[in-house]
Design a protein around this ligand. Structure first.
Ligand SMILES: NC(=O)c1ccc[n+]([C@@H]2O[C@H](COP(=O)([O-])OP(=O)(O)OC[C@H]3O[C@@H](n4cnc5c(N)ncnc54)[C@H](OP(=O)(O)O)[C@@H]3O)[C@@H](O)[C@H]2O)c1
Length: 264
């Protein structure tokens, strides 16, 4: 697999959300496969630490870009900071969720989520995608979610943001196929990362970030959607057998179990 990744998606990959969880696992897998990696997130010390680890373990180049992707200046710094590199892959993993009633959160929080989960992801996909299509080679992995397939009460904005990502990835995967650019939506169910803390949830069982990254890199170029992990597969296939309105009711119960909102 390493040789395939390097020749089809090298020499450089950009990974957003590389300071933690799934993004960090992608960066590690890609460096292991011999790709040079641009690490993007806000947490400078976590990125510096990962840079050190990857440089030590693999003979690859690492570039760190500290950027807040909720701000257009942060997105521009990623675009400007990678102009000189031959990019073959974009992994857009930066994102976060929330739980609780829609009206309980300030509108600025919802807008911030859309900026990171949708706007920054779309802008980077547009800019880097243009370069990949022009060179007629490369890949894009967009982090969707199991929540993308229906509305989710008490995580309504997050689910809607992931529905956007899912739909964008499906559309682009066919649009860019004939240009030699592979687009993959990675739609996991629960994953054991720092995600739960920021989303005010407790996730007791799920896939590991490493499993998600490995399954996605295996699927890239072969499929347009990957649902990594056994639990995610079981949950998604049982959901897919239900009509959409039922799924919204089921997800309401699921979210009531996961969310810590109003429980303490
Ligand atoms: N964990 C799950 O159960 C799960 C399930 C389905 C989908 N996903 C999706 O998978 C992706 C990765 O999540 P994860 O599980 O790896 O969570 P995580 O461990 O919390 O990682 C989230 C990453 O996003 C970055 N990020 C958040 N806000 C940012 C901002 N304003 N600017 C730049 N970077 C930002 C964080 O970096 P900094 O804080 O350093 O900026 C961090 O590196 C997300 O898109 C999430 O929606 C997660």
């Amino acid at each position: 697999m390493n040789q395939r990744l390097k020749s089809r998606y090298g020499p450089w990959a950009i990974v957003t959300g590389a300071s933690s969880g799934i993004g960090q696992a992608f960066a590690t897998e890609l460096a292991t496969a011999g790709l040079n990696v641009v690490l993007v997130a806000r947490n400078e010390s976590a990125l510096a630490n990962l840079e050190l680890i990857l440089r030590k373990a693999h003979s690859v180049q690492i570039r760190v870009i500290v950027a807040d992707l909720a701000e257009s200046a942060g997105v521009i710094s990623v675009i400007e900071g990678t102009k000189d590199l031959e990019i073959g892959l974009l992994v857009a993993s930066a994102g976060f969720g929330s739980s609780g009633p829609f009206l309980a959160a300030d509108i600025a929080e919802h807008q911030n989520m859309l900026s990171v989960n949708c706007d920054a992801l779309m802008t980077l996909t547009h800019t880097i995608g243009a370069r990949l299509n022009a060179q007629r080679r490369g890949g894009v992995i967009l982090l969707s979610s199991l929540l993308a397939w229906q509305g989710v009460p008490n995580s309504a904005v997050y689910a809607a943001s992931k529905a956007f990502v899912q739909s964008l990835a499906e559309g682009l995967s066919l649009e860019w196929k004939s240009n030699g650019v592979d687009v993959l939506s990675c739609a996991p169910g629960p994953v054991l990362t720092a995600f739960e803390k920021r989303a005010n949830m407790t996730i007791k069982a799920g896939a590991t970030a490493e499993q998600v990254a490995k399954a996605s890199l295996r699927a890239l170029g072969k499929r347009s959607v990957v649902i990594p992990g056994v639990l995610s597969k079981v949950l998604s296939y049982s959901l897919f057998t239900c009509p959409r309105p039922w799924r919204v009711h089921i997800m309401k119960q699921v979210m009531a179990g996961l969310s810590n909102y109003g429980k303490s």
